[in-house]
Design a protein around this ligand. Structure first.
Ligand code: 2P0
Length: 330
């Protein structure tokens, strides 16, 4: 009753922004992502009849009460499917810079779901894993798959049709994703709170919903035809729209800082001199830059010398859930 799984984090190309059901983690809109090859979580789950409660060790420290409750919630769903009542020890190591727009919750809940279901002997397919991971953290449902992924929002009230599907595998189209680190500080407004506040109070949120289906369609066409320029343009447009909704929230907030805008301007400059690079920004100040692999060195060199840039991690599309033998885990 022990298994280890690794899941890689993902960045949204078309954002998940707003829930229609906060208990089941059902989104207001569908979203698209790329799973990255550099940031991941490795999780081992061992169930035992000797335990009277779940135990969660995160990065070699006992997790706090809230973190444990979030993990137990997902374990309860998996226990219910398996018909087994055992409590488990969860040991999770994040190789993700947290709380600055990098979704460690995505890789974390994807790895937890995969390891726990395997430890209880369940043979779940990727759609079933994705539905379960979603109930730990929405974006986790996308990290079940590698490459280019769509989370279809679904229509059913019980969430049975809200899960992620792969569009292209990580071997089908290589892109460079430069993860530009500006600030490791904790976020002022969590993405969970930010999307709720925006949905509930921003007059711009209706504009977000009115155009999102077309954004998804355009981005999917670009991915399927490997049209980098078309993808880059829609990714930037969609990121700007998401961040615009926060400015209309009550109270208003923004995830960017001045360094974020410096990098945006640098990318716009690169395009003006013929280097096709595009940016996206999630719920934090850091910027992710997309470019063709042939341009990655030029883009890296241009950005790394900016005073506001602390570091850059160069990523490519990464794999989906990977199961590790217990002797090879980190
Ligand atoms: C995304 N974000 O599509 C969007 C874009 C942040 C900005 O998904 O409340 O940690 O756990 O479902 O998945 C981050 O939010 O939120 C996120 P919950 P999650 O990647």
């Amino acid at each position: 009753m022990k298994a280890t799984a690794r899941a890689y984090t993902n960045i949204a190309l078309i954002k998940y922004w707003g829930k229609r059901d906060e208990v089941l983690f059902l989104p207001m809109n569908s979203s698209l992502s790329i799973t990255l090859d550099k940031f991941y979580t490795t999780t081992t789950v061992e169930f035992c009849s000797c335990l009277s409660t779940d135990v969660f060790v995160l990065n070699n420290k006992l997790a706090n009460e809230q973190e444990l409750a979030n993990v137990t919630r997902v374990l309860d769903l998996i226990r219910e499917i398996s018909g087994k009542e055992y409590r488990g020890i969860v040991n999770s190591v994040n190789h993700v810079p947290t709380a600055a727009g990098f979704a460690s919750s995505a890789s974390g809940f994807a790895a937890l779901t995969a390891a726990a279901s395997k430890a209880l002997g369940l043979e779940l397919n990727s759609s079933e894993l994705s539905r379960l991971a979603r109930q730990g953290s929405g974006s986790a449902c996308r990290s079940i798959h590698g490459g280019f992924v769509e989370w279809q929002k679904g229509e059913n009230e019980d969430g049975s049709d809200s899960f992620a599907k792969q569009i292209l595998s990580n071997h089908d189209w290589d892109l460079s994703i430069l993860s530009v680190q500006l600030n490791y500080g904790a976020k002022v407004v969590s993405s969970r709170e930010g999307m709720k506040r925006t949905r509930d109070s921003s007059p711009f949120y209706s504009g977000w919903l009115a155009t999102i289906e077309q954004d998804i369609k355009t981005a999917k066409e670009a991915i399927q035809s490997r049209d980098f320029e078309k993808l880059g343009q829609i990714v930037e447009t969609n990121a700007f729209k998401m961040h615009a909704t926060t400015l209309g929230a009550d109270p208003p907030f923004m995830y960017w800082n001045s360094a974020t805008y410096d990098v945006i301007q640098e990318i716009q400059y690169l395009r003006s001199v013929g280097i096709q690079a595009y940016f996206t920004i999630d719920a934090g100040p850091n910027v992710k830059v997309l470019c063709d692999p042939k341009d990655e060195k030029d883009v890296y060199e241009q950005l790394i010398h900016m005073p506001v840039v602390q570091g850059i991690k160069l990523c490519h599309p990464g794999p989906g859930i990977t199961y590790l033998s217990n002797s090879s885990r980190e």
